[in-house]
Design a protein around this ligand. Structure first.
Ligand SMILES: Nc1ncnc2c1ncn2[C@@H]1O[C@H](COP(=O)(O)OP(=O)(O)OP(=O)(O)O)[C@@H](O)[C@H]1O
Length: 231
C-alpha cells in the first residue's frame, strides 16, 4: 500500500504537507508525532473516510480499521459482532475469538467485557474481514501498562504469519518501538515526515522494551537511531 498526500486542508488551515510512505505486506509501521499533528487525519485518508485531499492511496486492498474506542454493537453478542460485520463463518469466528484470548466469550455482550477484552474483540473483527491493510488508531490507549503490554504481545502474535500491511497510530514510543518494523514520525506545521526509523531488533526479542531503550532508538541522533537497536 502506498500513500502520497500532497496536501490536506480543513477550511483554510493546511494540516498535512507532502507525505509519501508505503507499508508492505506483513510489515508493521508505527505513525507517531505530537498531539494534533494530523495522525488520525492521515489514517482517515488512507481508510477512505476522508476523500477531500490532494494525493492518492494506491493498492490498499481490503482495509480494516481498529478505532480508539472499540465501536462494537452493544446489543449483539461477541460472535454476532464478528459475523454481522464480516459474514465470517462460525468456525472461523470461534478460531479468531480463541486467537485473541476470548474463548468461551462468544455469547457475551460487549458491555459484559472489560475494555481490554472489547479491544481484543475489535481486533478479531478487523481480522475477520481478512484485510490486506490494517489501520489501528491508538489501539491500546487508556489501558494500564500491564494490559497494554499484553495487548502488544497479542497483536504481534496474531499478525505473525498474516501478510497484512499494518499501520498503527500511537503517541507511545514504547508501543512504536515494540510493535513496528519502521517508525514514521510526523512533525512541523503543516505536518510532514520528520524521521523514519527502522527497528532492526527482531520482533521476538522486543518483549521487554523499556521507555529508555525506546527513547534511545527513536530520538533523532539518539544512540540507537542508526540501527533501531533496542538492546
Ligand atoms: N473535521 C475536522 N475539521 C476541522 N479540523 C479538523 C478536523 N479533524 C481534525 N482537525 C484538525 O486537524 C488537526 C489534526 O488532527 P488529528 O486528529 O489528525 O491529530 P492527531 O495527530 O491524530 O492528534 P491526537 O494525537 O491528539 O489524536 C488538528 O488541528 C485538528 O483540530
Amino acid at each position: 500500500m502506498q500513500v502520497e498526500v500532497r496536501h490536506k486542508k480543513f477550511g483554510g488551515a493546511q494540516i498535512l504537507d507532502w507525505i509519501e510512505m508505503s507499508v508492505g505486506a506483513g510489515e508493521i509501521v508505527a505513525l507517531t508525532g505530537p498531539s494534533g499533528i494530523g495522525k488520525t487525519t492521515l489514517l482517515r485518508i488512507i481508510a477512505g473516510l476522508d476523500r477531500d485531499f490532494e494525493g492518492a492511496v494506491t493498492d490498499p486492498g481490503r482495509i480494516a480499521m481498529v478505532f480508539q474506542s472499540p465501536t462494537l454493537m452493544p446489543w449483539r453478542s461477541a460472535a454476532d459482532n464478528l459475523r454481522l460485520t464480516t459474514g465470517a463463518e462460525r468456525a472461523s469466528i470461534d478460531r479468531l475469538l480463541d486467537e485473541v484470548g476470548l474463548e468461551g466469550k462468544a455469547k457475551f455482550f460487549p458491555g459484559q467485557l472489560s475494555l481490554g477484552q472489547q479491544r481484543r474483540l475489535a481486533l478479531a473483527r478487523a481480522l475477520a474481514a481478512n484485510p490486506a491493510t490494517l489501520l489501528m488508531d491508538e489501539p491500546f490507549i487508556s489501558l494500564d501498562e500491564e494490559t497494554a503490554a499484553r495487548m502488544r504481545r497479542l497483536t504481534m502474535k496474531v499478525l505473525e504469519g498474516r501478510r497484512i500491511a499494518t499501520l498503527i497510530v500511537t503517541h507511545d514510543l514504547v508501543e512504536a518501538a515494540t510493535l513496528a518494523d519502521r517508525v514514521v514520525m510526523l512533525g512541523g506545521r503543516p505536518a510532514a515526515i520528520e524521521t523514519i526509523v527502522p527497528i532492526t531488533t527482531p520482533r521476538a526479542r522486543r518483549d521487554a522494551v523499556t521507555e529508555a531503550a525506546a527513547l534511545r532508538a527513536l530520538t533523532p541522533g539518539g544512540a540507537g537511531n542508526a540501527h533501531g537497536n533496542l538492546t
